[in-house]
Structures are given as C-alpha cells and as structure tokens.
Design a binder for this molecule. Structure first.
Ligand code: CA
Length: 220
C-alpha cells in the first residue's frame, strides 16, 4: 500500500514518513500544495494524508481539485486544533476522515488502515484467503494457524492482493502500489516476490493470468 503525505512542516513530514514506513507503507511526501496536487493527480495512492494549512495552494483547494478530476483515493485531512470550521470544510470538500493537530502517529496509522480497508469494502483488519490469514494491524501472516515469516515487500504485495481479492491485478498496478516514487521499479522483482510468496504459502494461492497479472485464489 502506498501513501502520499502532503505537509509543509519538515519535522512533522519526517515524523509521518517514518511512522508510516514503519507500519509497512510505501510513502511519498510533498511539502507544498502544488507538488502534492501534482503527485495525487498523476500517481496511484491507496490513501493520502493532507494538511489543510499549506503555502501556495491550500489543502482544501488541492482536495477539491482531485475530486473534480475524478481522483477517489481516501483522504485524511490534518486540521488545526479545535477548528470545527476546518473539519466541516474538509469533509465538504470530499475528505474521508480528519485528525486535529497535535496527534499521535499511532492514531493516524490506525485511521489510515481503517480508511484503506473501507475503500476495499472490508470490515475488519484481518484478511482471509483460503488458509491464509493476514492481520494488517499486527503485520502477521498465518497459514492454517501457523505463523509465516514474510519480508516487508512480500507482506506489502500479499496485502495488496488480499485487499483486491477476486480481481486480476496487473504487474504495473502492483509496482505502483508497493513502491514509493524513488524506488527503482524493476518489474521483474514482482515475479521474484510472487515466487517467494508461493513457496511460503502454497503454489496455488496466487494465480497468474498470462498477459494480465495476478489474482488471489480463494478456492484453496
Ligand atoms: Ca501546515
């Protein structure tokens, strides 16, 4: 899962990036509204953290533009403390959730996880496919109840496929959602990860549809 952070205050931006990366997300960060809008309009994100008070283009304008342009990713806005007017304006502009500053990074991560889950139509933080269970909160994966060790990239890839169960996901889409912008995106690595996941969780878990991509097999 890939997150965009738009926040002009450098220390908070760093803190958000670190917290989200530790929670297993690929993160891109922008320090002003122009750049933030550009990234959100042109890259693929599973969720966005958007500060409202930004230099140049303010957060509400950025959000409003994305929605007019048909960008539907979940957006959590950061508001000044106790500013109910900000909250109302943010929700009116199409925000999915808000958090008032100052906040705990843990709460932000939990809210983002819920937004991403809701966007995928899931009600709990546990995702199931066959005998595989993935807990987005603890970052644990089990196969028939037995814990399975996964690397961060394997976890990200499996998590994306499980959030999109029943759909064929292209290699390009996987690359866009599990790496941040600066990552060297060699699409062959996806195949390597898929091979490793199959070794750990069973050869039949992920199906390849030649020329189209990968999908999760729920019938195992
Ligand atoms: Ca700000």
């Amino acid at each position: 899962m890939r997150i965009l952070v738009v926040e002009d205050e450098p220390s908070l931006r760093r803190q958000l990036r670190t917290g989200l990366e530790q929670a297993g997300y690929a993160v891109d960060a922008a320090g002003d509204g122009e750049e933030g809008h550009y990234l959100g309009a042109n890259e693929s994100y599973d969720a966005v953290v958007l500060d409202l008070g930004l230099p140049g283009l303010d957060g509400l304008t950025v959000l409003d533009r994305w929605r007019r342009e048909g960008r539907t990713m979940p957006v959590l806005v950061l508001t000044a403390r106790d500013s109910w007017a900000d909250k109302v304006a943010g929700l009116d502009a199409g925000a999915d959730d808000y958090l008032a500053k100052p906040f705990q990074t843990e709460e932000l991560v939990a809210r983002l996880r819920a937004l991403i889950r809701r966007a995928a139509g899931k009600a709990t933080s546990e995702l199931l496919a066959g005998g595989v269970r993935l807990d987005g909160r603890s970052g644990r994966v089990t196969l028939h109840g037995e814990p399975v060790k996964m690397t961060a990239q394997e976890f990200k890839l499996l998590s994306y496929l499980m959030h999109h169960k029943g759909k064929v996901v292209s290699r390009t889409e996987l690359i866009e959602h599990i790496y941040d912008q600066d990552f060297d995106r060699d699409s062959n690595t996806i195949e390597v990860f898929i091979t490793r996941i199959r070794k750990k969780l069973g050869a039949d878990l992920i199906q390849t549809t030649r020329g189209l991509g990968y999908s999760l097999n729920d019938q195992i």
